[in-house]
Ligand binder design. Structure first.
Ligand code: MRU
Length: 318
C-alpha cells in the first residue's frame, strides 16, 4: 500500500494533511494555507512521525514564502524529531522553495523503499516481528521506516506484534490500521505485555523507528522503546532501529543532549473526553525516551546497515 495512505498532499497553493488524530475512525484532511497553520497541525498531532514532520514543515516554509517568521514558528512546533530542523535547514539554503520541499518529500519516499530492502535482509523467514509506535506511511512521505522493513518482508514473516503505544496509541490506532489495510497479519498488545511475550519465545525480532540519533548511536524514539530494548537484551532478541540519515544529529555526542518533549497530562489521565484518573493527580508525560547504542543490534538507514553502532561507524555514513 503506502500509496493508499496519503498523509501529506501538496496542492500547489495549500497543503492537505490527513488528520491522524481521527484515525482509524475517520479519514479527513486538514487544509493549511499558511506556515502558522502547518506549525499548529504539527503541534496538535494532525501530522506526526519524524520524517512526516520534516516534509510537512518544508511545505510550510513554501506557504510562508520563506519568511523569517515561517521558519521561527515551524521550528517551535515540536522539539525532539530532528528531521524538522534538518528540513528547515535545507529550506533555508534553497533557491527554489517548492522544488526543495518536493525533493525532501521524494527523497524520503525513495529512502524508505531502500531501507525496506536493506532491512528485510535482517528479518528471518517465519519471523514474528514486534514494532512500537507508528513508523509507516503515515509517519513518513510514504511506505515507512520500520514498517517499511515489515512491508518489504511481507511474504516471509509469520506476523507482526504491534504495541499499543500508550498514551497516544499510535500503535493501536495507526500501525494496526495500516497493517489491516495491507493484509499483513498483526496482533495488537498493550505495551506491558511485551516482556511476557518475549519471555515465552514469541518474539523473534524487534524493529522500531527513531526521532533523533546522536553521534554515538543513542536513539530517541517513542516512549516505551527503551524498555523494549532492555527486554530484548535480556531475552537475546535482535533490536533494530530503522531511520533515514535525516534523523541523525551528529552535532550532539550522545542521547543525553536530545531534548525530550513533555506533552499535556490529559493524554495520560484519559482519552478523547473520557477521564479515568482523579482530578488533582500529578502527571508526567514524556513523549520519547533514549535507547543507549549498546542495546541496539543495528541501525538501518538508506545507505547501509550499521551493526553494533559506534560513533566511528556512523560518521562513515555522511
Ligand atoms: O509522537 P510521534 O507520533 O510523532 O512519535 C513518532 C515516533 O516516535 C516514531 O517512532 C518516529 O518518529 C519514527 S517515524 C518513521
Amino acid at each position: 500500500m503506502s500509496d493508499a495512505v496519503e498523509p501529506i498532499r501538496w496542492k500547489g497553493k495549500s497543503l492537505e494533511l490527513l488528520d491522524q488524530r481521527l484515525l482509524p475512525g475517520k479519514v479527513s484532511y486538514v487544509k493549511c494555507t499558511t506556515a502558522a497553520q502547518v506549525a499548529k497541525a504539527i503541534k496538535d498531532m494532525v501530522v506526526r512521525g519524524a520524517p512526516a514532520i520534516g516534509c510537512a514543515a518544508a511545505f510550510g516554509v513554501v506557504l510562508g514564502k520563506g519568511s523569517a517568521s515561517s521558519f521561527e514558528i515551524l521550528s517551535k512546533s515540536r522539539p525532539t524529531a530532528v528531521n524538522l530542523f534538518w528540513a528547515l535547514n535545507r529550506m533555508r539554503k534553497a533557491k527554489d522553495l517548492e522544488a526543495e520541499a518536493k525533493a525532501i518529500f521524494d527523497e524520503d519516499l525513495a529512502g524508505n523503499r531502500a531501507m525496506g530492502k536493506l532491512g528485510a535482509t535482517l528479518i528471518p523467514e517465519g519471523a514474528r516481528v514486534m514494532t512500537h509506535c507508528n513508523t509507516g506511511a503515515l509517519a513518513t512521505a510514504g511506505y515507512g521506516t520500520a514498517l517499511g522493513v515489515i512491508r518489504a518482508s511481507k511474504s516471509k514473516i509469520k506476523g507482526v506484534i504491534a504495541n499499543e503505544t500508550r498514551p497516544y496509541l499510535q500503535g493501536a490506532r495507526l500501525t494496526a490500521w495500516e497493517l489491516v489495510q495491507e493484509g499483513i497479519p498483526c496482533t495488537l498488545i498493550t505495551d506491558n505485555m511485551a516482556g511476557h511475550l518475549m519471555s515465552r519465545g514469541e518474539v523473534d525480532v524487534i524493529v522500531v523507528g527513531a526521532d533523533r540519533i546522536a553521534a554515538n548511536g543513542d536513539t530517541a524514539n517513542k516512549i516505551g522503546t527503551y524498555s523494549l530494548a532492555v527486554l530484548a537484551k535480556r531475552h537475546g532478541i535482535p533490536f533494530y532501529v530503522v531511520a533515514p540519515r535525516s534523523t541523525f544529529d551528529l552535532k550532539i555526542p550522545s542521547g543525553k543532549e536530545i531534548p525530550i518533549e513533555e506533552r499535556p497530562g490529559d493524554e495520560v489521565t484519559g482519552h478523547r473526553g473520557v477521564r479515568w484518573a482523579p482530578r488533582g493527580i500529578k502527571v508526567r508525560n514524556p513523549a520519547f525516551d533514549v535507547t543507549p547504542a549498546e542495546l541496539i543490534t543495528g541501525i538501518v538507514c538508506e545507505k547501509a546497515v550499521v551493526l553494533a553502532p559506534t560513533k566511528e561507524k556512523l560518521a562513515k555514513l555522511f
